[in-house]
Write a protein that binds this ligand. Sequence first.
Ligand code: FAD
Length: 459
Amino acid sequence: MSQADTSFDIAVIGAGVVGCAALREFTLAGLRCVLIEREADIISGASKGNSAILHTGFDATPGSLELDCVREGYRLYREIHARLGLPLLESGAMLVAWSEEEREKLPGIVAQAHQNGVGDVCQISAGEVLAREPGLAGSVKGGVWIPGESLIDPWSAPLAYALQALANGGVLRRDAEVAGGDFRDGAWTLALRGAAPVCARVVLNCAGNFGDLVEAIARPSPFSITPRKGQFVVYDKPAHDLVHAIILPVPTARTKGVVITRTAFGNLLVGPTAEDQAERRLATTEAASLQALHEAGCRMLPALAGAQITTAYAGLRPATQFKDYQIEALPERNWITAGGIRSTGLTGALGIARHMRGLYERHFGALRPLADPLWPRVPNLTEALARPYARPGRSEIICHCELVTRDEIAAALTGPLAAGSIGGLRRRTRCMMGRCQGFYCSRRVLELAAPHIRGLADA
Ligand SMILES: Cc1cc2nc3c(=O)[nH]c(=O)nc-3n(C[C@H](O)[C@H](O)[C@H](O)COP(=O)(O)OP(=O)(O)OC[C@H]3O[C@@H](n4cnc5c(N)ncnc54)[C@H](O)[C@@H]3O)c2cc1C
């Protein structure tokens, strides 16, 4: 590896949705950037398991940095999604009160939404809730209608941000854990486990559930991460039409609560839970929690009792002792931190990246954005837009549950952002993610993937 390959303006640590958005923002701003990820693929941390809701920020804490970033992230996603080929399903959300006590909180929720700049949020009666969502249990006491809440594809979004950065000169290092750093003469030398060191003038800490450990490279971390697990139950596609909007509960101070929502891929989700744990990587599902989620879902939406379950999954929110995002520049250390991006980072990512760019300009110098950046498009995986299986002359279908073609799998295994793991291949194509969970197609998928994904050929 040449000296030039290892010397950058910016090194971003962590290729979750925040790091991918940061790589894009700073690359398009004209800087030479590298994104460093410890796992074999991007989107392998908190960003691989969430509810995939593009939030308006109606319920964020007024005056918080989270609110600013979510509002800006929401605006930016809507501005750029079509150019990158990303979906936007404008389902709206219905926040539902199930008791008199919860109903009394609705005017306050509407007032907070308006204070947050989400002016189209309004309170509606129990009758209006049931007219819009006739499948909900009749015990509804009232609701709040939030028209701007939307559904997106949780994986294609970070993929598109990274892909656009790479197309415009950004660099990605995978299988490269940042193990330490030395700051000298205005530049960092980052020691990578399993790869050559990287030099960069400024480092961005976007390490998600490892954010406090990475922060300790620059200073004693002012926040500590306690991952907060969220488990989900995924229902089969026939359940998709049991609701139309995203069904939200009245939130608590700790969590947004159990949501019923369609997915961009045509399933129905119930979740997440909120469980603190010490483990930072592994997000397991437990039968008792899934049963409790199913029962909660059935209480709100009785027809769910007859719905088939496809699978379950869990994600880990990078929670800290603070509710707000922990974003800060350390001018004397050439370091910018984006820590504790807990529950809204999929939405907030583009806004967080824009905020970090503002910090950079304030502390580290002016930027000269690219005049005419390239805009590569990501493959569409949702039924909202045309998919390859429906095209004449398409290649053989490999995954019959999700209708994934051989050409889609081949494309995901090659190119500048080729899948680095089977999980990454699933998130790029949805192969093995349908009703059979790979029972029928996994042999063929593994055969196609073996020449490209390290370790598979020997497995
Ligand atoms: C259950 C649940 C539901 C959610 N629902 C929503 C939602 O509906 N809408 C929404 O907007 N948000 C939602 N979120 C929040 C969102 O998923 C997170 O805020 C977001 O994914 C955080 O992204 P991140 O990039 O900060 O962290 P991560 O995705 O964890 O990325 C950090 C990366 O850093 C890497 N890394 C760590 N240490 C090192 C190191 N030393 N060297 C190199 N790499 C390193 C990790 O491997 C990881 O890939 C939800 C989250 C969960 C868990």
